[in-house]
Design a protein around this ligand. Structure first.
Ligand SMILES: Nc1ncnc2c1ncn2[C@@H]1O[C@H](COP(=O)(O)OP(=O)(O)OP(=O)(O)O)[C@@H](O)[C@H]1O
Ligand SMILES: [Mg+2]
Length: 322
């Protein structure tokens, strides 16, 4: 089957800033790809080029095998949700959502039917008559999603769709979105700087840094096997140790406690699971998250441990890069 989305060598400059450099991505039908990266790394720029809101300097965008690089957004058959939702506050929920299908030429009755279906999908069937100004932030977020979903586009583009919400609501909607994507079978390109969101929602993750995709692959693989020291640190791995132009990654599973030499503990902090501790090691200072039982192995300010060499990984140390 043709990919739902393919970008080939997309680049875009703003003056001297290279916002996107040679970005090539492929997204299968029904699959979710998360674009993850620090602020300013080019995530939204890529999304806007896919949406047709921004012209690439070079490169191509195709959806389901059709080259859409030169087409305007409305001719691309996709659903879009931006960070600020851009809803019409004075209109009813139903009219906001029916706006999507209407704009694509559906008659009023058909548009309302599609809008009701989409609102039911996001759990807002009861609120169709409310005005946007009478909804909570999370409800507004779902209306924006329903509006993008109503025309049943094969490709959905979401730019930080949960960013305006508090942590509890985010966690809740994250779970809802996951099952919704599964139900719909829509391909989703999701921009986020939240790793939990990427891990919870995405089949594939593409990591962006300074306009480039530095690693792309199955979410579990990217999180489990970062390709470079920068990626490992960005994804929150604490034990990344420089060795010339390479770095050694020490996953916590490689640390065997209660065996090997005694290492001096330089830091201890209780947390909800047990303790976070730091131990001196020839590689560098190891950060460990111990259970209470493991923490009880610390004696006289030292902890016996050895590293399972097979689990250590050597990767290029690109942390000083652009
Ligand atoms: N319209 C514009 N004019 C000039 N520079 C821009 C414009 N849009 C983006 N940029 C620059 O391009 C780079 C990439 O921006 P982009 O919005 O794609 O980043 P992002 O990864 O989405 O960041 P964030 O997580 O903060 O939303 C940044 O350096 C930004 O300042
Ligand atoms: Mg952005």
């Amino acid at each position: 089957m043709l990919p739902a989305l393919e970008t080939a060598h997309l680049s875009r400059h703003y003056g001297a800033v290279a916002a996107a450099k040679n970005v090539s991505l492929s997204l299968a039908a029904g699959e979710t790809l998360a674009l993850l990266g620090p602020s300013g790394s080019g995530k939204s720029t890529v999304l806007r080029m896919v949406a047709g809101l921004e012209r690439p300097d070079t490169g191509r965008v195709s959806t389901s095998g059709r080259d859409v690089t030169r087409l305007p957004p409305e001719a691309r058959n996709l659903g879009l949700v931006f960070q600020d939702y851009a809803l019409f506050p004075h209109l009813r929920v139903l009219d906001n959502v029916a706006y999507g299908p209407r704009r694509r030429g559906a008659g009023r009755a058909q548009a309302e039917q599609q809008a009701r279906e989409a609102l039911a999908l996001v759990g807002l069937a009861e609120l169709t008559g409310r005005r946007i100004s009478e909804l909570s932030g999370g409800q507004q977020q779902r209306v924006a999603l329903a509006r993008a979903l109503a025309p049943r586009p094969p490709l959905l583009l979401l730019d930080e769709p949960l960013s305006n919400l508090d942590e509890q609501l985010r966690a809740h909607l994250r779970a809802e979105l996951r099952s919704l994507f599964g139900t719909l079978g829509t391909a989703v390109l999701l921009v986020t700087h939240d790793q939990r969101e990427a891990l919870a929602l995405a089949d594939q993750v593409a990591l962006m840094r300074a306009g480039r995709v530095v690693q792309v692959g199955a979410a579990a693989r990217v999180f489990g096997q970062p390709a470079t020291a920068w990626v490992a640190e960005f994804l929150g791995q604490p034990n990344v140790f420089a060795r010339g132009d390479q770095a050694v990654l020490v996953p916590e599973s490689a640390v065997v406690l209660g065996e090997g030499e005694a290492h001096r503990i330089t830091f201890r902090q209780p947390d909800e699971h047990g303790e976070t501790v730091k131990a001196t090691h020839p590689l560098g200072e190891l950060t460990l998250h111990l259970s209470r039982r493991e923490a009880a192995l610390i004696g006289g300010g030292t902890l016996r441990l050895r590293l399972d060499e097979r689990q250590l990984r050597q990767v290029p140390d690109d942390r000083a890069g652009p």
